[in-house]
Design a protein around this ligand. Structure first.
Ligand code: SAM
Length: 242
C-alpha cells in the first residue's frame, strides 16, 4: 500500500466518509445475523478490517461477541469511543496471527471493498488469514471488477458535506488495478489530495483462490441482499465455509 493510502485511512476526511455510512453497518449486521441463523453459525465474530466499527457495533448490539481489527489508529479511536462492548485491536490483516494468535471465530468478515490495497500475494495471504481464523464461515464483500470497468467514469464528483470530493480514475487492464487521485475541495479551494491504487477482482478469481485454500463457496450475493450475484452487480458478497 502506498504511503498516501495509509495517510488517507488515518485522515479526518476518511473518518467523516466512514461516519456517513455508519447506518449501513446496521443493515450489514442484520443481514449477517440472518446468515448466521440460516447456517447455524455461532456468535463469535472477527471483523477485519473493522474501520470505525460500524458493523462490529451493530453485531454486538444483536448479542454477538465481536473482535474488530484494523491498521488505522485514528479509525480505532473512533470505534472504541462508539462501541465499548467490542474488543478493538490494532493489527495488520496480512499478519493477523500477530494480533489474534490461534484464536478462531464462527464468522470472519471482510467487508466493504477491503482487498486489493497491496500486492496480489498479500491478498492471498489475507485470504489465508481469514480462513485460518475461522471455524465456520468467511464472508467477503468487494466491488465487482466487471461492473467497475463498464460503469466507472474517468472523473467522479461526490458531495460529502462540507467537501466536494473529486476522483480521477484510471483503470489499468493489464494489472487490473484502479488508480484513483482523490481531491478534496472546501469552498472551491483544494484542501487535500490522496493517490492510491487498488487491485480489482472478478468473482472467478476470488472463487479460484478460496478453493485453492480449501474453502467451499456456499453462495454469492449482491451486496447485503439475498439476490444471487449477477455479473453486472456493483458488489459481490462471497459466503464460504471452512
Ligand atoms: C473500506 S474500509 C472498510 C472498513 C469496514 N469493514 C467497514 O465496512 O466499515 C477499509 C479499511 O481497511 C483498513 N486497512 C487497510 N489496510 C489494512 C491492513 N493491512 N490491516 C488491517 N486493516 C487495514 C483501513 O484502515 C480501513 O479501515
Amino acid at each position: 500500500m502506498s504511503e498516501s493510502v495509509e495517510k488517507f485511512f488515518e485522515s479526518d476526511l476518511y473518518v467523516s466518509e466512514m461516519l456517513k455510512v455508519w447506518e449501513e453497518g446496521k443493515e450489514w449486521a442484520e443481514w449477517l445475523d440472518s446468515l448466521a441463523k440460516k447456517t447455524s453459525s455461532g456468535r463469535d465474530v472477527l471483523d477485519v478490517p473493522c474501520g470505525i466499527g460500524r458493523i462490529s457495533h451493530s453485531l454486538s448490539e444483536l448479542g454477538y461477541n465481536v473482535v474488530g481489527v484494523d491498521i488505522s489508529e485514528r479509525l480505532l479511536e473512533v470505534a472504541k469511543a462508539r462501541s465499548p462492548k467490542v474488543t478493538f485491536l490494532k493489527g495488520d490483516m496480512r499478519r493477523l496471527k500477530d494480533v489474534i494468535g490461534d484464536r478462531k471465530f464462527d464468522l470472519v468478515i471482510n467487508i466493504f471493498n477491503s482487498l486489493g490495497y497491496y500486492s496480489e500475494e498479500d491478498d492471498i495471504e489475507i485470504l489465508k488469514n481469514l480462513r485460518d481464523s475461522s471455524r465456520k464461515l468467511v464472508v467477503i464483500n468487494i466491488d465487482n471488477r466487471d461492473f467497475v470497468i463498464y460503469n466507472l467514469p474517468s472523473v467522479r464528483h461526490i458531495y460529502i458535506p462540507p467537501y466536494l470530493v473529486v476522483d480521477a480514475n484510471e483503470f489499468d487492464v493489464s494489472t487490473s488495478r484502479l488508480r484513483v487521485i482523490r481531491t478534496y475541495y472546501l469552498n472551491g479551494k483544494e484542501v487535500d489530495r490522496f493517490e492510491f491504487s487498488q487491485r480489482l477482482y472478478s468473482l472467478h478469481e476470488i472463487v479460484r483462490e478460496l478453493k485453492r485454500l480449501g474453502l467451499t463457496v456456499l453462495n454469492v450475493y449482491s451486496g447485503h441482499s439475498w439476490k444471487q450475484f449477477d455479473v453486472m452487480d456493483p458488489q459481490m458478497t462471497i459466503v464460504a465455509k471452512v
